[in-house]
Design a protein around this ligand. Sequence first.
Ligand SMILES: Cc1ncc(COP(=O)(O)O)c(C=O)c1O
Length: 470
Amino acid sequence: MDGNFNENDFSQIIEADRGHIWHHLSQHKPYESSDPRIIIEGSGLHVWDQHGKEHLDAVSGGVWTVNVGYGRESIANAIRDQLIKLNYFAGSAGSIPSAIFAEKLIEKMPGMSRVYYCNSGSEANEKAFKIIRQIAHAKYGGKKWKILYRDRDYHGTTIGALSAGGQDERNAQYGPFAAGFVRVPHCLEYRKHEQHGASITDYGTWAADQIEKVILEEGPDTIGGLCLEPVTAGGGVIPPPDGYWERVQEICKQYDILLHIDEVVCGIGRTGKWFGYQHYGVIPDLVTMAKGVASGYAAIACLVTTETVFEKFKDNPEDKLNYFRDISTFGGCTAGPTAAIENMRIIEDEALLQNTNDMSNHLINNLHELMNKHDVIGDIRGKGLFCGAELVSNRRTRDPVDEKMAQAVVADCMNQGVIIGVTNRSVPGKNNTLCFSPALIATTDDIDKITHSVDEAISRVFGVKKPKTI
Ligand SMILES: Cc1ncc(COP(=O)(O)O)c(C=O)c1O
């Protein structure tokens, strides 16, 4: 195939793809007898595939990324103009868009002051881990080197990030992992009976106290950081229970532990505030973000921290190791911060945080109506335009449905032209939560179409089985 393919004939593209592309997260055997899906074009909340079929995308590019929707010419134009002026210079120097975006971002994050650019969520999290480790060496004589992470959370795909990975099915076969990462229990109240916490009434405090238990077991002087998603994403869409974050903050203060919040999914509006943690009144020490920062128009990730943390990397200039000895080549690309500036402007000018909150209410209401109709929906959870519906075979025991059935619901929606998600190769036996995260521009009509398709799909896959009790 040369570069001049016929735009009306995608057979060349399909053959090139089938012959050479290794798709992410995909078992390729089916592509020997069926075509891979190629997404050709997008506009607003819709994408079109190689057959010209239109899909309503309820997962923002598959993985919660395209927050401002497809086809934003103003972002494309801003990137084009910047690339002609200056496409790249290593991040040891500054650039106009990186300075402007950093200032705008910090305005949205009271208590924070410094932005470190890189290019993926995994990489941003690695930076946070390195910062915690370097502080341990420089300030605590090598103690406080351990990093706590939570069951069901995900922080990325590299071996370092997987070492902090709370999803055993995702981690399987990639070990051994890095030393010094210690798991704490999840905070999914719907499954508290599996944590021997069935009778707990103040679950939020109890779940946070389980973190303290681990700290005391390991020894507080060995723990440097705690890394948490504000709302767990791929591990089951888990908003924290009431009281959880307040107690987490207290624990971190008490034991001098840096709080690292992974906003890779929640950051930049997904939950109806700029950042997920801002719903809970916590002040983190380190915040990482990626997906929604530029809505996928350019690759960009940021690690953001406080002046207190930053100061530790310049307070002894006589020491030749006393700075953050880290670089990210593509963290110096100017397309990322340029796209991020325009992405943020769109969210502000179009009042998309407000829309996210309004549409979230509509989505949750619709999902509750479906729960009244379908016994198989055991729990509805969410924050902003980031919601999940957990499917169970028995509401009393809360046994998960077979994941193939959950996947069949997703496939049925896809046939109807609506792309929804499901937790995937994440928690063994618990890949049973349908995921909804449309772009922040969604309308009530879009939300109704999404939930209507789920209604139809569940009716076909499970039959209509009305719940006896809700
Ligand atoms: C919470 C969270 N953190 C980190 C990552 C890793 O981001 P990336 O794929 O950009 O490396 C993801 C990706 O899905 C994520 O969901």
